[in-house]
Design a protein around this ligand. Structure first.
Ligand code: SF4
Ligand code: SF4
Ligand code: SF4
Length: 322
């Protein structure tokens, strides 16, 4: 009897989610025993035409990581969607746009201008830009169209399950694959491999819900942090109150603030506005001028609020003039 088929793909991705799959160590043997891996660009030499030749629905599970930044990624997302029964958005970039979606503060023209002309390391006197089609002696060379806006996977194709994390922690990757292997699937649309509370609820630090903050500080500039107390109440921006549990408080238990990679907590539609509300709750002032001064000490408000979720946020992108 033939085995169920598994496909893995990376789109606009750093590769971390792919590496996290390899980190399942010997459990990969169980996966390889249960599934035929039929597509996995980072690990195996399958080509797009191998996927195109499959029947629609022939692949049981597709684990898709990375956001959609260009035409090729959109094409492969649509192709894999046709071929698979269960599509999992694997990691923060596929779930909500992730780090690549911070590019939504600019448009394509602005990004190309920076990347190919004005970045300090660029040497491009002839002002060469990548072209989608170039004619050479051997024929036509093509590059995918680079989109103005980065999309989450479900803004391009329907998705059954969302597996948060940057990358998802290994135990949860194993648990999700085992769930699919068992056939006992949760309802479509579920966030899988994560908790239903917030990171604060799995954080070992003491939190007193007090207004204590007169200024926000960057972590590397603090030499007086109490390792037992809430980072946010000590003025370090921590996304724990706005972020879904499930990682076990990985960062906050080693003196790093939560950056929000498990996405919005259950019931939260916009992680950024939830974080802003949490920041407001610790500011020690009611005087508008002083509040403004305290807010101005946050060095990168948009980056903190939408580090992993710009595409799926209520903003989606910053309006540009290109
Ligand atoms: S979710 Fe994180 S680890 Fe995964 S591809 Fe995106 S940036 Fe990389
Ligand atoms: S805000 Fe951060 S440091 Fe404070 S309790 Fe929540 S997760 Fe822990
Ligand atoms: S503490 Fe926050 S940033 Fe760190 S792994 Fe957990 S959810 Fe992600």
């Amino acid at each position: 009897m033939s085995k169920p088929k598994l496909a893995l793909y990376w789109a606009a991705s750093c590769g971390g989610c792919e590496i996290s799959v390899l980190e399942v160590n010997e459990a990969i043997l169980d996966v390889a025993d249960f599934f035929d891996i039929v597509f996995w660009p980072v690990g195996l030499d399958f080509k797009y035409h191998h996927v195109e030749a499959m029947a629609d629905g022939e692949v049981l599970l597709c684990m898709f990581n990375g956001a959609i930044r260009n035409e090729e990624q959109q094409h492969i997302a649509k192709l894999l969607r046709r071929k698979c029964q269960v599509m999992v958005a694997h990691g923060a970039c596929a779930c909500w746009g992730g780090i690549p979606a911070l590019g939504n503060v600019a448009n394509r023209e602005e990004i190309f201008d920076r990347a190919y002309f004005t970045a300090p390391s660029v040497d491009n006197a002839e002002k060469t830009l990548p072209q989608t089609s170039t004619r050479v002696a051997e024929g036509e060379l093509k590059l995918p169209v680079f989109f103005d806006t980065v999309y989450a996977l479900d803004q391009v194709v329907p998705v059954e399950y969302y597996m948060p994390g940057c990358p998802p922690v290994v135990d949860q990757t194993v648990a999700v694959v085992q769930t699919v292997m068992s056939g006992d699937l949760p309802p479509a649309g579920s966030v899988v491999g994560a908790g239903s509370k917030t990171v604060c609820e799995e954080c070992p630090r003491e939190k007193h819900d007090e207004k204590k903050v007169k200024r926000f500080r960057r972590l590397h500039l603090c030499d007086d942090l109490d390792p037992t107390k809430c980072l946010l109440e000590q003025g370090v921006v921590c996304a724990g109150p706005a972020t879904r549990s499930g990682c076990g408080g990985k960062c906050v238990s080693v003196n790093m603030p939560c950056r929000g990679c498990y996405g919005p907590a259950a019931g939260v539609t916009d992680q950024g506005t939830k974080l802003i509300a949490a920041l407001a709750a610790v500011i020690d002032s009611t005087d508008p001028d002083e509040v403004q001064q305290i807010v101005d000490t946050i060095d990168d408000p948009l980056g903190y609020a939408y580090r992993f979720g710009m595409s799926s946020s209520s903003l989606r992108r910053v309006r540009t003039h290109g």
